[in-house]
Design a binder for this molecule. Sequence first.
Ligand SMILES: C[S@@+](CC[C@H](N)C(=O)[O-])C[C@H]1O[C@@H](n2cnc3c(N)ncnc32)[C@H](O)[C@@H]1O
Length: 352
Amino acid sequence: MDNPELSRSLRLQAAGCRNLGSPFHADLLELAADDLEAGGPVAGLLTPWTDASLRKLFDDAAPLRLLGALHDLVLSGDDPALAATYPKLGRQADPASAWIAARTAILRHQDRLAAFMTHEPQTNEVRRSVCLTPGFLTLARETGLPMRTFEIAASAGLNLNWDRYRYEFGGTAWGDPNAPVVMDTEWTGGPPPVDAPVEVIERAACDRRPVDLTDPVQRRRLLAYIWPDQLERLARIRAAIDLALALGVTVEAADAVAWTARVAAPQAGCVTVLYHSVFWQYMPAQSQAALARTIAEHGARATSEAPFAWLRMEPEPDQMTNMEVRLTLWPGGEDRVLAKVHPHGAWVKWLN
Ligand SMILES: C[S@@+](CC[C@H](N)C(=O)[O-])C[C@H]1O[C@@H](n2cnc3c(N)ncnc32)[C@H](O)[C@@H]1O
C-alpha cells in the first residue's frame, strides 16, 4: 500500500492504546502496521482510506474500527482460532499468536470485517459515572432539591443509571452496597459530599444515533469497542448492560440541540441537570454555539426554586486528552472546574 499515513496511523494509535492501558491492542496494531508495510492482507480492510490523510484516518478512527472488527468477531464465537488467542481471565495475552490468527481471520472473513468497519465507532464508557457522580452529589448538597436529569449524547444510556451504581472514591463510598455495578477510582483530593440527599425524580436521554441494547448485534458492537485485555472494564459494562436491560432504559434518537431546548427547561421544586460526557468535540462549531445559546436561555430562566445546572466531562479547553468535570449552576451562572479526570475514570483529582 502506497499511503504511508495508513501504517503511521496504526502506530500512533498503538501508542495511544499503550498509554490508556491496553498493551495487547498496542502490540496488535504494531504487528498490523508491520503487516501492512509488508503487503499483507490488512490492506484490504483499509481500502476506504487508501488516499486518506492522517487527520481523516483519526477523525474516522480507522485503527479503532479495525480493532473493533476483530474483537467483534471474537465475541461472536464465529472464529474460535482467533478467540483462543485473545486475553481472558487466567490466560496471558499473546499478541504475536493473536496477529497470526488475525491474518487468517482477515482472509477468511474479509467482507464481514469490512462491513463492521463501515460503521462509526460507538462507545459508552460506564466508568465516566465515577467522574460525573461527585458533580451530582455537589448539586444535591448545594441545592437540597430533588433532581431531573437529562443526558445528551448518551449512546446506550449506561450513564443514565449513575445513581444506581456503587462507587468507591478512595476512603469514601456512595450508593447501594448491593448494587450490581460497582466502580472504584484512584481518588485524590478531599472527599465528595457523600452525605448529600439524592433523589432523581425524572431521567431522560437522547443521542443522534442511540445504541439499542435490546439488539444483540448492537450490544456486541458496544462490547467490541472495549479493549479485550481490560477484563474489569468488560465485566463492568456487561453488568451495566444487564441492569439497563432489566430497567428498560431508553435513549431517544434526537439531535442534542433541539432536544435540550424541548425537554430541559427548569421547573420549580427541583434542580434540572443537563449533562454529557465526551461529546462536545463531535458537534460542528455551529451546533456548539446553538447548544451553548439554548443552555444560556435555560440558565436565564432559572430561579432559586427552579435552578438549572450544566454538568459535563469533556477535554480541557484547547486539548484532546486531559479531561475535566465542569459545573455551571444558575441562577447566577457560577462556573467551576470540579475535577481533573482520566478519560475512562481510572483516576479523579477532586478540586472542589
Ligand atoms: C464518544 S461517544 C460518548 C458517549 C457517552 N456520552 C459516553 O461518555 O460514553 C459520543 C456520542 O455523541 C453522540 N453525538 C454526536 N453528535 C451528536 C448530536 N449532535 N446530538 C446527539 N448525539 C450526538 C454520538 O452518537 C455518540 O454516541
